[in-house]
Design a protein around this ligand. Structure first.
Ligand code: NAG
Ligand code: NAG
Ligand code: NAG
Ligand code: NAG
Ligand code: NAG
Ligand code: NAG
Ligand code: NAG
Ligand code: NAG
Ligand code: NAG
Ligand code: NAG
Length: 433
């Protein structure tokens, strides 16, 4: 039997309405271009202008639909935003207003994270330091959020992406001086490994990732006063320090690359991590196991229960094809543990794409993706065309352990080629509905 899984929940309707409103006004608009001409108050200056005048982002007559405002900047952040205008604009669209919560995991937050590293990296060329001081971190975070919001991003972005001032500081890494860092790390190795990456190869072989790791270990080892080993294992403090130093190394790397190349590299590295997990929250499966457990007595009621269950997943988030694969595997394992031994994906025709946001949603490709904005078609993004495949049912015995976290990409379906993507224009597909 066919179980068409769809949802029409209220939140999604709200989103549709928002986007429809956007398109109705979109015709005479232009991409919101960030135009920052900083008259930055000097960081050294102890007396800060309480009302700094930032003639930024004067709304041009060509951008009426975007909630463009003048960002309310603190004037106390030492970052030079004009170095990263394009990346900031990309981020604002990737974190677009009401779409941001649905894009958070796969697109928006990784892009925002990359942007912050690029901003700090680029600013280090002049400041010679790879971290924002604790005194300024809060102001910088606020300024970044303000600049993005002025270009249309969600106003709760920092909350959505769990960003705190500590994400801009050196945290526990003992070294942030560019000169000292460059004297410590193997510069040619990092540039060669990370200057350009193929995200598919990188996720498999981790060449760049391990070059960054090696450099981070070198930097972290500059703090001799910390115990390295506890009973033969690296101490937790040392591990946390290495992790913090990885961020310093990535910021340094970003300072050596053109901003758009840096963005590609950073997103490429983060996509490996993103694709390894399922970002969905699974509700209790007992409603499904009640109808589908042991021997299925009534296929209709079983698939109805399954459909209801899937509906609860489908208003959560866009997921990539590899994430959907992990989600299918996780849910399948939970169901098997709850005595659902029949392949209910097969019986109820659950597809991989059913794990992503529904209706106008689709599965994203596993490669890093940016949301696009086009004057005539509005907000758009690429979808993975191969999303209509059956969700994989774990073929192990019931009661098998949960999917191992060591599942590597090589166990997963082939990554889609860029050529197999099609451009999913969200707004036009909404209009068709
Ligand atoms: C910034 O201002 C300077 C001079 O005031 C001008 O020459 C330059 O074009 C401006 N840059 C941008 C990006 O608007
Ligand atoms: C700008 O931000 C400051 C500090 O958060 C606040 O006191 C002020 O009211 C804001 N100004 C505007 C115009 O929103
Ligand atoms: C910011 O960077 C731009 C381009 O690199 C440079 O022209 C400008 O002087 C810098 N602004 C400040 C305040 O350092
Ligand atoms: C920001 O910091 C918080 C806590 O300090 C941490 O949990 C989170 O992972 C950090 N986010 C990023 C993007 O590094
Ligand atoms: C080195 O580690 C110790 C112990 O965690 C810490 O107290 C100290 O501040 C660190 N030194 C530097 C320079 O980070
Ligand atoms: C970085 O370290 C070098 C050499 O140790 C020193 O001359 C320089 O002043 C330091 N720069 C900063 C910004 O602390
Ligand atoms: C289970 O079914 C009941 C009754 O239909 C419903 O109220 C409840 O929300 C469902 N729970 C889950 C976790 O699906
Ligand atoms: C299955 O359940 C449905 C709805 O409860 C019912 O209409 C149908 O007759 C049942 N089918 C069988 C074969 O029992
Ligand atoms: C699964 O079935 C076994 C044997 O029929 C039973 O003991 C167990 O409680 C069931 N587990 C769940 C989660 O229903
Ligand atoms: C994953 O871990 C399991 C159990 O820890 C192990 O049996 C299996 O060989 C591992 N698989 C891979 C690909 O490393």
């Amino acid at each position: 039997m066919v179980s068409r899984i769809s949802t029409n929940n209220r939140r999604w309707l709200l989103l549709q309405v928002t986007l429809l409103m956007l398109i109705s006004e979109v015709t005479s608009s232009d991409l919101p271009m960030l135009n920052i001409n900083q008259t930055q108050s000097s960081v050294e200056s102890p007396v800060l202008d309480p009302q700094p005048v930032f003639p930024l982002l004067a709304p041009s007559p060509l951008m009426p639909f975007i909630p463009i405002g003048v960002p309310n900047l603190t004037g106390k952040c030492p970052l030079n935003f004009s170095n990263a205008e394009r990346v900031l604009t990309t981020t604002a669209i990737d974190c677009w207003d009401s779409l941001a919560p649905y894009l958070a995991n796969a697109v928006c937050c990784p892009q925002l994270d990359a942007t912050i590293k690029i901003l700090i990296g680029q600013s280090s060329v002049a400041s010679r330091t790879l971290a924002i001081s604790e005194a300024h971190a809060k102001d910088c975070l606020s300024d970044i959020a303000q600049i993005l919001e002025a270009q249309g991003s969600n106003s709760r972005l920092l909350e959505i992406c769990s960003l705190y001032p500590s994400n801009l500081t050196q945290a526990t890494c003992p070294m942030i001086n560019v000169t000292e860092v460059e004297n410590t790390i193997d510069i040619p190795k990092i540039i060669e490994s990370c200057g350009k990456i193929d995200p598919v190869k990188e996720c498999r072989h981790k060449v760049c990732e391990s070059a960054i790791m090696d450099a981070a270990v070198e930097i972290a080892s500059k703090n001799y006063s910390m115990p390295d080993m506890v009973e033969g294992l690296l101490s937790l403090e040392r591990l946390a320090m290495i992790d913090d130093c990885k961020k310093i190394v990535i910021r340094w790397l970003a300072s050596k690359l053109d901003t758009s190349d840096a963005s590609k590299v950073l997103r490429g590295i983060s996509s490996c991590k993103i694709n390894k997990v399922c970002p969905l929250v699974f509700p209790d499966v007992k409603n499904v196991s009640k109808e589908c457990g042991n021997t299925i007595s009534n296929q209709t009621t079983c698939c109805n229960a399954m459909e209801n269950y899937m509906t609860q997943l489908q208003d959560q988030s866009f997921v990539t094809n590899l994430q959907a694969f992990n989600c299918a595997y996780s849910l399948g394992s939970s169901l098997q543990k709850a005595n659902v031994s029949n392949n209910v994906y097969n019986i109820c025709r659950v597809k991989l794409k059913d794990f992503s946001l529904q209706d106008s949603g689709c599965l994203f490709p596993s490669l890093p993706l940016d949301v696009t904005y086009d004057e005539s078609t509005g907000i758009g993004f690429k979808c993975d065309l191969n999303d209509n495949v059956a969700a994989p049912w774990p073929n192990s015995q019931a009661y098998s352990p949960a999917p191992s976290s060591n599942m590597s990409t090589s166990n997963l379906p082939a990554l889609p080629k860029a050529a197999s993507d099609h451009s999913g224009k969200l707004i036009s597909s909404l209009l068709r509905n």
